[in-house]
Every structure is written in structure tokens, then in C-alpha cells.
Ligand binder design. Structure first.
Ligand code: ASP
Length: 596
């Protein structure tokens, strides 16, 4: 029978008890981790979110009624124990914070019993994730997951405190809004009052925070839930949390400055690391050239080298043809990997093909300095020597080359670089390399849609130096946009916004909006910009990703209390789900029947 709290007050959490409490009578509550009856004496590990403590039940101390209850204890019963803290009689348990003490029970209440849980509540669970997610409330009892949420809560508190101290105001923006473009599909919510009309859930508070700047709030932040109906990818969540901010009367440096001080503070407190300021900055162009990625992982080198000049006169058709078609030939040097077996190299070639490469050329330098080269027979010896010199190749190195359009070459070598680093175990989770990537292109050409699309979003300002290119060469215009990258993951991004009506109009035009369509979608913003809009800029972090990297979790799901799985469903609540016909009727919605 479940007993109630009547008269009981918890003294502290289980693992908050220390040797200083020896001799004191305490009341502890929590869940039974395990209970062993050694005949006449029962050892129970009591667990709460702070950790474990050992409880000892003996009839002579706790009386026959409590002892009889203690005999019934099973894993995950919720109990309350009143007892006296003692030095451990047996050997100390060095794995436990409370390993040198125990609590001799004077009385026991069973607050509620538990069925046998579907999986054991333990660290590093071997249980399949689907089962754990179905019973997420039990999964969340596991100490390794609980730790993540402690960090998450501390980070949110620190962010609030830091930004408040910097003069930011926390302002909530609505989640039933009109579509804001961040490049993904919207989640829609039908309106009952306006049949046939829909709200969109925000992909981010972008337009609203810009309006707050128009209102004069100056510095805004919000820990905001955002929704993006993107195609399914393993580590994406349809809803996620941003630390979102916007500042008025600022330029790029002001935003970067306040943000790197915030990162420094948080990572010092949580991870004990000292981020040196200013954080390194790299233009998008340089990041692509050196790392083949706009979010380079700087925990290791293996930089890309452009050898187009070196091979431009060679007879190897793959290289020659690529260069004639305006592409490039670039390579990376996997130092010390020259003896890699052929099979493994073949696997790398397959890997590269996954990123659009037609193949991968390689040159292995033996310990004796001889070459094993996939394209050797098309090259003169001195040409090979020139390639090796350009790649800083030494005996024992493996040189890998891609020849294609730049976009493909970057993608292939950027990813190959990461794959090789994974194979060589170069990616240490406790090493934190931050980087600002700046000067992103403003536009990207969408081959499918046959038009330019905004790389960041349509409100991002072009760089002043490139304004004159807006008409003549849009693809070459750089933006006042920046990303903050940690260990090869983009953890945040933002930009200086357009605050000039004429440039915004031009931007919409370039993106294929007519004045009418721009007006119907963003009229409210354009209208606001007529009444004295301050220059403003901002940034948003993906909080889930930040926490994931901070705690070294393998999946974003490990830092979200009730995450969804790859197909965007919640296995616990079974959402999404069908609704009553009455609800549909009220909304004027009919479900199209799938003939199959
Ligand atoms: N709204 C942008 C995003 O969600 C961030 C920003 O520009 O502030 O990526």
C-alpha cells in the first residue's frame, strides 16, 4: 500500500549526506536502486538525482513493521527512510560519493511500489533506444542522462544572468505566427476561427526580434523553441531550442565580442576550460580553401592543398580535363598513413564517391621514399616529385587527391579529412576548438529552382564593399554573416541585418520576389522599417547542440528531455496521432484518403 508524506520532511538529497552528518538522524527519500536481504540484515541502495546512499535495515533498529516492509523492497520502489548516519561498517565504496558512510534505518515508508521496469535503471544502458524512449520517464532516471539536464539547466541560468548583466532584456515572442523563412518547411496550425487559414510555428523568432529592435528594446534575448519541418536526418529534431539574441546600433564586432565573452564564461564554469579571446576568425573563403568546409574542425590539421598549378601541364586526362573545365585538383596529406592497405584505400574511395567524387587519386610514399601511385603511369617522375613537394609529402605519408568542380572537391576532401581523423582517433571530446567563420556568400544558386536563394536568410546585409556587385555578380557578394563553430559543428550563426529599405527591396528582387509577394509575406516588417529602424544585428545558438558538445553526448536526443525520433514522432506519447472527427469538423478539415 502506498503511504503518503504525512508529517515527513526530506532532510536533504541522498548523496548530499557526508561524514559531517555522522550521528545525525536524517529523513531521505528516493528510489530503490537495489536491495539485498542477507538474512536479518537488509542492504538497500537509495537513489535520487544526487546519487546513491546505502541504507541498512535491522529489525532491532527499525522495528518489526518497517523490517517487514524492507523485506518487500524491489528496484524502483519509491521510499522514505528515517535513520542515523554512521561510518560504514564494511569496506568503503570508492565509486560512491557516499562510499564511507551508511544510514541505519529507524523506520521505512513505502511511498509507492514499482512493477519490474522494462529495463534496468543504470548508467551506459545497453537497452535499445526505442524501448528507452517509449519509457522515457524511466530512461531519464538514469544518472548519465540526469547529469546532462543538470548542465542544461545551469547553462540556461548562466546565459540569462550573463545577458541580463550585459543589458539584454528577455522578451517572449509568439509561437503562433506567420511563416518566417529560415529555409525549411513550416509546421502549420489550422485556425478554427478563420477557416482555411493557418498559423506557422516559428522556424526562429527572426522577424519578431527585428521588430523588437524597431521598438527600441536595444538588446533582446530569448531561449526560444523553434520548429522546422525538415527532411529526416538522424540527428535533427523537429523542435529545438535557440538562445536567440538581437542588438541595435552595432556592427559585426560588437556581436562577436559579447558572444565570445559569454562562451568563455559558460565553458569555464561547466568544462573548466579557458577559451582564449578573441576567438579565431576565418573567412568562409579561407575555411573552404584550407578545410573544404564552412565549419572546419580545428582539432587536427590535414589541410587541403590546391595543386592545380602543379599539375596543369600533365598528361593525366582526369586532372587535365578537370582544369580545362574550370575545376581544380586538390589533395590532403594523411601523414604516416603511407602503408595503408589497398582495401582500406578502396574503402576511402567509396566513401569519397558518397560525396560526389568520381574517384580518388592517391600516392603513397614508402618508408624508402618510393611511390605507389594510382595515376603514376600517366605522369613523369619529376611531375610526381613536384606533387609530393607541393603536398609536403614525407616517406610514410599517404596523399589523396580529388579533381572536380570546386564544390565537389571541397565536399569530398572536407569529409575525407574528417573520416581519416575519425579512423586515427584524432577527435578528442575533451578538446574544444572554437572558430568564427565570417563573410559567407550572400546568395547561393539553387540549380533545381533555377534562382538565387539566401545562404542565411533574406534579412542579412551584404558587405558594404560588395554592394556594387548586387546586380552584376550576385554570386560574388559577401554577407555580414557569421557562424560560431565548435569542433566542426556549427553551434550558432547570425548576421548584421539590412536596415535600408532600398537594399531590402533589391534583396527580395534578387531572391525572386515581386514587390507584391514580398509585401504579402513581409509587409509588416517592411512597414516597420519606414519608421526609423536602428541598424541591428544578432545571432542564435542551437542550445541542444551546445549542450551535446559540452557534455560529450553522442546524440542530441541525450540532452532533450522528451525527444522525437528520426521520423519526427514521439514514441512515448505516440504523437503525431489521429484526432476526433469533431475536432476536424470544427477546423473545417477533411483528410484526403490515400487510395492504397
Ligand atoms: N534566425 C537565425 C537562425 O535561426 C539566426 C539569426 O540570424 O539571428 O539561424
Amino acid at each position: 500500500m502506498a503511504e503518503s508524506m504525512m508529517g515527513l520532511k526530506r532532510s536533504c538529497r541522498c548523496a548530499e549526506v557526508t561524514e559531517a552528518n555522522i550521528g545525525q538522524e536524517l529523513t531521505l527519500m528516493g528510489w530503490v536502486q537495489k536491495s539485498r536481504n542477507k538474512g536479518g540484515i537488509i542492504f538497500t541502495d537509495l537513489r535520487d538525482r544526487s546519487g546513491l546512499i546505502q541504507i541498512i535495515f535491522e529489525e532491532s533498529d527499525c522495528g518489526s513493521e518497517s523490517f517487514a516492509k524492507a523485506e518487500k523492497l524491489r528496484s524502483e520502489f519509491a521510499i522514505a527512510v528515517v535513520g542515523v548516519v554512521e561510518k560504514r561498517s564494511g569496506a568503503a565504496n570508492t565509486n560512491l560519493k557516499t562510499g564511507t558512510i551508511e544510514v541505519r534505518a529507524k523506520s521505512l515508508r513505502i511511498l509507492s511500489e514499482s512493477e519490474v521496469p522494462p529495463f534496468p535503471i543504470e548508467e551506459n544502458s545497453k537497452t535499445k533506444e526505442e524501448l528507452r524512449l517509449k519509457y522515457r520517464y524511466l530512461d531519464l532516471r538514469r544518472p548519465d542522462l540526469q547529469k546532462n539536464f543538470v548542465v542544461r539547466s545551469r547553462v540556461a541560468t548562466m546565459v540569462r544572468q550573463f545577458l541580463a548583466d550585459e543589458g539584454f532584456l528577455e522578451i517572449e515572442t509568439p509561437t503562433l505566427i506567420k511563416s518566417t523563412p529560415e529555409g525549411a518547411r513550416d509546421y502549420l496550425v489550422p485556425s478554427r476561427v478563420h477557416p482555411g487559414n493557418f498559423y506557422a510555428l516559428p522556424q526562429s523568432p527572426q522577424t519578431l526580434k527585428q521588430l523588437l529592435m524597431c521598438s527600441g528594446f536595444d538588446r533582446y534575448f530569448q531561449i526560444a523553441r523553434c520548429y522546422r519541418d525538415e527532411d529526416l536526418r538522424a540527428d535533427r529534431q523537429p523542435e529545438f531550442t535557440q538562445i536567440d539574441m538581437e542588438l541595435s546600433f552595432v556592427d559585426v564586432d560588437d556581436v562577436l565580442d559579447v558572444n565570445e565573452r559569454m562562451l568563455q564564461k559558460i565553458f569555464k564554469e561547466i568544462n573548466g576550460i579557458d577559451i582564449e579571446l578573441p576567438i579565431q576568425r576565418m573567412t568562409y573563403r579561407e575555411a573552404m580553401d584550407r578545410f573544404g568546409s564552412d565549419k572546419p574542425d580545428l582539432r587536427f590539421g590535414m589541410e587541403l592543398k590546391n595543386i592545380s598549378e602543379v599539375v596543369k601541364d600533365c598528361e593525366f586526362v582526369v586532372f587535365k580535363g578537370t582544369l580545362e573545365n574550370g575545376g581544380s585538383v586538390r589533395g590532403i596529406n594523411a601523414e604516416g598513413q603511407g602503408a595503408m592497405p589497398r582495401k582500406k584505400i578502396d574503402a576511402l574511395v567509396e566513401y569519397a564517391k558518397g560525396f560526389g567524387a568520381k574517384g580518388l587519386a592517391y600516392l603513397a610514399i614508402g618508408a624508402d621514399g618510393t611511390y605507389k601511385c594510382s595515376f603514376g603511369k600517366f605522369m613523369k617522375p619529376e611531375e610526381l616529385d613536384a606533387i609530393v613537394a607541393a603536398m609536403d609529402g614525407k616517406p610514410g605519408d599517404l596523399l589523396l587527391f580529388a579533381a572536380d568542380k570546386n564544390k565537389v572537391v571541397f565536399d569530398v576532401l572536407g569529409n575525407l579529412r574528417l573520416e581519416l581523423a575519425r579512423q586515427q582517433d584524432l577527435l578528442k571530446k575533451d578538446e574544444f576548438k572554437f572558430l568564427w567563420v565570417t563573410e559567407f556568400p550572400l546568395f547561393e544558386y539553387d540549380e533545381e529552382e533555377n534562382r538565387y536563394v539566401a545562404v542565411h536568410h533574406p534579412f542579412t546585409s551584404p558587405m558594404d564593399e560588395d554592394l556594387h556587385l548586387l546586380d552584376s555578380d550576385p554570386g560574388a557578394v559577401r554577407a555580414k554573416a557569421y557562424d560560431i563553430v565548435l569542433n566542426g559543428t556549427e553551434i550558432g550563426g547570425g548576421s548584421v541585418r539590412i536596415h535600408q529599405a532600398d537594399i531590402q527591396a533589391k534583396m527580395f528582387e534578387k531572391l525572386g520576389f515581386t514587390p507584391e509577394s514580398a509585401n504579402s509575406q513581409f509587409g509588416f516588417l517592411l512597414e516597420a522599417f519606414k519608421y526609423g529602424v536602428p541598424p541591428h544585428a544578432g545571432l542564435a545558438y542551437g542550445l541542444d547542440r551546445v549542450i551535446m558538445l559540452m557534455v560529450g553526448a553522442d546524440s542530441i536526443r541525450d540532452v532533450i528531455a522528451f525527444p522525437k525520433v528520426k521520423d519526427a514522432s514521439c514514441l512515448m506519447m505516440e504523437a503525431p496521432n489521429v484526432v476526433d472527427q469533431k475536432q476536424l469538423d470544427e477546423l473545417g478539415i477533411a483528410i484526403a484518403k490515400n487510395e492504397e
